[in-house]
Design a protein around this ligand. Sequence first.
Ligand code: HEC
Length: 122
Amino acid sequence: MRRNPVIPFAVIAVLGIIAMIIVSTAGNNQREAIQNEEEGGGEQQEETVDANPEEMFQSKCSSCHGGDLSGGAGPNLQEVGSRYSAEEIEDIIVNGKGSAMPPGLYTGEQATQLAEWLAEKK
Ligand code: HEC
């Protein structure tokens, strides 16, 4: 039986196309991985800045409570940890206090971290 002489070329062509597809998908995956890493890296940096209680305090609380916690428009917080537990401080951060302490400057995880940091001030 005579074999069709075109078949070997067709097989090579198909293999070549498959190889190209594999190589280009692999390339795309790598590019995505690199992009994700870059984006992830950026986000991580932001997160660490936002999750740093001291910087959170400086950016939204120090205007009233002083950069060194010594107070100003708001009360001195240098020993706030001996007056309140972390939970109580978190409640004050999230819900405010009286009429002059604004609620919701931080919420969720950020409020928890900031409260824990302040609760250590004794
Ligand atoms: C606009 C000014 C202002 C800002 C901004 C502010 N506070 Fe206050 N804060 C006050 C005032 C005024 C009080 C006192 C409220 C009262 O007792 O009626 C207070 C009270 C508190 C108390 C209770 C202290 C105590 O001894 O009773 C805590 C804790 C506190 N603030 C934490 C924070 C944190 C943390 C931030 C930042 C997320 C912040 N505050 C931002 C004005 C401010």
